[in-house]
Design a protein around this ligand. Structure first.
Ligand code: ME8
Length: 519
């Protein structure tokens, strides 16, 4: 049977600077979903990349005394390196300075113009340079940019406009007839009440005040507005072309999930659908606006001096501790908080104690009592039932959570089973059984149950903590990735290894020192 395709994308990150842990959260989240879908047999296409044009980048390059291209080459390289440090399994890393993308963006612009959706006019408005957005008076918050809170300035320029108003009614109708289009639900109401109901104004889609962008090929003093350039990355890189698209495009579009942060939902749920309709294309199936990761309950910003970087965290704690923390800390709709202290506590309780100790104790006992060869002796007791039935519904429980994109809650389901397993050791007291005559087969059954539960949990953890999962399966010396409790395996030649060393909090915090003023 042909596998069902699943196209997932992240936002493309600005190449204005090194991405902080908040930006990095998104690629880890997408990676967990992509790996999960692959595990479930989908033919996954996972796209990420960088957003490289715009005035801000032009200015940054100038400050640094390099060309914009040199500037973005370096930052894009750094972003890709961090995505790799996080062990993310994207299929394609795209860049908006890619020549094919630029060529197709020009054609898209022309097609919209020919259709009458884009027209030439003059723009006068309140402009926020860092966000590269024009705002209306009513959208400002306390007279400042509603996105970043900075000052806006009055600006006037000749520009092309996209007739968003052509699609206003269709948008609301689409939202209402496709309840899964925008998630979480609260975001949909925000869009309708704050942006659509007050009336959509035509969107300015070209600029003349700077040149680092894709030129409008029939009017060269204009460059294409950065969001039209950026959003189309989702189609240009899989072979969309107004003159005839590739087979890959036909197979992959519409995307199944655009994963983005809450601050850019407006661009993805208002502008992007209108652009796609203008091109006569279908809309992506789902847009998920994830919450943010804060540091010390504050917005992360380089200027605030509280930016934490994923690669530094990985050096301090290891990649899976960081993956676990960010995935677990933002279970669904609410912002999550990161401090070194919380990261240490979480690593110690969940990873070192609940998971690491369980694996280590179990394999050590199997080696001690049975010379490392354990099979199922089927000497069952009532206490086994709860544990085994929990493991046997784990697949379904994780699936329920993953289908709702509740990644943190899916992890909780797995850790519930791990906690139950630790309790099972306390209840069955293998060290007592080892001392009692006639209990050898019962002891072996207990250890078999534990090894099997650990194996299933390792399989379940694979999309989230990939290295750890592989390490556990290696320690168990098995390649069996069945998601259910099996009765008939034999475990042998197992080698226990410490998965997560317990962190001495005071010592680690001292080591981290005053970095970023976090603690
Ligand atoms: O917005 N926690 O790029 P970007 C979680 N180029 N996610 C965060 C975050 C935080 N503290 N801060 C930012 C852009 N993000 C555009 C996207 S897509 C066609 C163009 C998220 O580098 C943010 O919401 O500013 C966005 O989804 C992603 O990081 C990249 O942000």
């Amino acid at each position: 049977m042909e596998k069902k395709k699943y196209y997932i994308s992240t936002a493309i990150a600005y190449t204005s600077g090194k991405p902080h842990i908040g930006n990095t959260y998104e690629i880890v989240l997408a990676d967990a979903i992509a790996r999960y879908k692959r595990q479930k047999g989908f033919d996954v296409y996972f796209q990420t990349g960088t957003d490289e044009h715009g005035e801000k980048i032009e200015l940054k390059a100038k400050e640094k005394g390099v060309s914009p291209q040199e500037f973005v080459d370096e930052v894009a390289g750094e972003i890709k390196r961090i995505w790799d440090v996080m062990n993310t399994s994207y299929d394609r890393f795209v860049r908006t300075t890619d020549k094919n993308h630029e060529r197709v963006v020009q054609k898209i612009f022309k097609k919209m113009y020919d259709k009458g959706d884009i027209y030439k006019g003059e723009y006068e408005g309140l402009y926020c340079t860092p966000c590269e957005s024009f705002w209306t008076e009513s959208q400002l918050v306390d007279g400042k940019c509603p996105d970043c809170g900075r000052e806006v300035e009055n600006k006037k320029e000749e520009a092309y406009f996209f007739k968003l108003s052509n699609y206003q009614d269709r948008l609301v109708e689409y939202y209402n007839s496709h309840p899964d289009f925008i998630k979480p639900d609260s975001r949909k109401n925000e869009m309708i009440n704050n942006f659509i109901k007050p009336g959509l104004q035509d969107l300015c889609v070209s600029r003349t005040s700077f040149s680092w962008g894709v030129p409008v090929d029939f009017d060269k003093k204009h460059v294409v507005y950065v969001w039209l350039d950026a959003l189309t990355n989702y189609i240009t890189n899989i072979g969309y072309d107004p003159d005839g698209s590739s087979d890959e495009f036909k197979k992959l579009w519409p995307a199944d999930l655009h994963l983005i942060g809450k601050d850019i939902i407006r661009f993805h749920t208002i502008y992007w659908p209108c652009f796609l309709w203008s091109l006569g294309l279908e809309l992506p199936k789902k847009i998920f606006g994830h919450p943010w990761l804060l540091t010390n309950n504050d917005k992360i910003g380089k200027s605030r001096g509280n930016a934490i970087y994923a690669d530094d965290l990985v050096d301090l704690f290891g990649v899976d501790a960081v993956r676990y923390y960010v995935l677990h800390e933002i279970p669904y709709a609410n912002d999550g908080n990161l401090t070194y202290e919380l990261l240490i506590e979480r690593t110690n309780t969940d990873l070192a104690n609940t998971l690491g100790n369980l694996v280590n104790r179990t394999i050590s006992m199997a080696n001690k009592y049975f010379d490392g060869i354990v099979s199922n002796k089927n000497v069952k007791e009532e206490v086994d039932d709860e544990l085994i039935s929990m493991v046997n519904v784990l697949d379904t429980k994780v699936e329920e959570k993953m289908d709702k994109l509740e990644i943190g809650f899916a992890l909780d389901e797995i850790f519930e089973v791990l906690r139950r397993s630790n309790k099972y050791i306390d209840e069955t007291t293998p060290w007592q059984l080892a001392k009692e005559d006639g209990k050898k087969d019962r002891l072996e059954t207990v250890l078999y149950n534990l090894l099997e539960v650990i194996r299933v949990c390792a399989v379940a953890l694979k999309p989230f903590l990939t290295n750890t999962s592989e390490n556990i399966l290696k320690q168990l010396n098995t390649t069996n990735e069945d998601y259910q409790f099996l009765d008939c395996l034999t475990y042998e030649n197992m080698k226990p290894e410490v998965l997560f060393a317990r962190i001495d909090k005071e010592k680690k915090l001292k080591e981290i020192g005053e970095v970023n003023n976090l603690n």
